[in-house]
Design a protein around this ligand. Structure first.
Ligand code: PEP
Ligand code: MN
Length: 353
């Protein structure tokens, strides 16, 4: 894929690329007021949802086309670029008709290949930046598939937005960050510009700064942050919106660290990591060979492969041991389960040979 940067004239290509504005355009007054305050702070790209995908019926579903007139006014009055979410071909045609500069595809839409294809078809031959949010489910291929569909329609200015993944567990985050997924997306498509949406990941104002910092430390290119002139009165997502003033404070607190300049001590430490990884893999391979021998023994003596009491014992002991060595329970569980699964697979091979 030969992607290009978002390339908005007059927007400096420096980290973080910033998009800010309300979750939804609610009234002309609220949209313009928020935009004016943001523009006064130097924000160059404005966001506002015009059509809102709501979990349950009866919620505020966006003002529709009327709001596009307000976005046009924002552009005219403040000079900011405007952006909104599109979920259907009709949204695309309307947004283009009113001169919206950047489109994004929402998380629920990315999860649906029919909808993404419909959007791609509507965008055929149009040169506009499109940002693709991750699908609600943690499926990297589906996310990449959506990028490919838009790319195949001839668009090149494609970016991605990490907004976290739905989960039953909402204790800390509204959507689990699962940082390894956007990192893997960037590894697979290195030229894609990657933005983080800390508002929808955290679901709470207080989490915007730490999540934004984490994104910057992971070399994300930009941030999209929900900002409202009166967050507590917002018609959607009020707990996660901040005022333009609060946004400014958050941005001032962000520490931007450079891409690792390979200093000598860093190079040495990385060599050490390479060595240790080699030792770990060799030890694992030895363990697998022992496993195969056990498999042969079980085959000769007609014993079944999975001895669940033995597995329970291994799991409990290894997790406790890992914890005492300073590793998390969750990490130990995942690692022991993965090793055990590979062992079982090896034994199956032996048994069925
Ligand atoms: C939004 O950006 O307001 C939105 C609806 O986001 P998401 O698609 O990430 O839920
Ligand atoms: Mn929102």
């Amino acid at each position: 894929m030969k992607l290009e940067k978002l390339n908005l004239e007059g927007v400096e290509d420096k980290r973080p690329i910033l998009i800010a504005g309300p979750c939804s355009a609610e009234t002309e007054e609220q949209t313009l007021q928020t935009a004016r305050e943001l523009a006064a702070q130097g924000v160059q790209i404005f966001r506002a949802g015009i059509w809102k995908p709501r979990t349950k019926p009866g919620g505020f579903e966006g003002v529709g086309t009327e709001g596009l007139v307000w976005l046009k006014k924002v552009k005219k009055e403040t000079g900011m670029y405007t952006s909104t979410e599109v979920a259907t071909a009709k949204h695309v045609y309307e947004a283009l008709k009113y001169g919206v500069d950047v489109l994004w595809i929402g998380a629920r839409t990315t999860a649906n290949p029919f909808a993404v294809q419909e959007i791609a078809d509507a965008l055929q031959g149009v040169d506009i930046p499109v940002l693709i949010k991750n699908p609600v489910n943690p499926d990297l291929e589906l996310w990449i598939g959506a990028v490919e569909r838009i790319y195949n329609a001839g668009l090149r200015r494609i970016g991605a937005i990490h907004r976290g993944f739905s989960s039953y567990d909402k204790k800390v985050y509204r959507n689990q960050p699962q940082w390894h997924l956007p990192i893997e997306l960037k590894r697979r498509i290195p030229a894609i510009q990657l933005l983080c949406d800390p508002s929808h990941i955290g679901g709470k104002r207080d989490l915007i700064l730490p999540l934004s910092q984490q994104a910057m430390d992971l070399q994300f290119d930009g941030l999209i942050i929900e900002t409202h002139c009166k967050p507590d009165e917002a018609w959607s997502d009020k707990d996660q919106q901040v005022t333009p003033h609060q946004l400014n404070e958050i941005l001032n607190k962000l520490v931007l660290r450079d891409m690792a300049q390979s200093t000598e001590s860093l190079t040495d430490l990385r060599k050490l990591i390479d060595e240790i990884d080699k030792e770990i893999l060799e030890a694992l391979a030895r363990r697998m060979r022992v496993s195969e021998e056990i498999g042969m023994y079980k085959k000769e003596h007609n014993i079944s492969i999975l001895q669940s009491t033995r597995y329970d014992e291994i799991l409990a002991k290894r997790v406790a041991m890992g914890e005492s060595l300073g590793m998390s329970t969750e990490f130990m569980r995942v690692m022991v389960a993965a090793i055990h699964e590979e062992s079982i697979r090896k034994q199956m091979d032996v048994m069925n040979k």
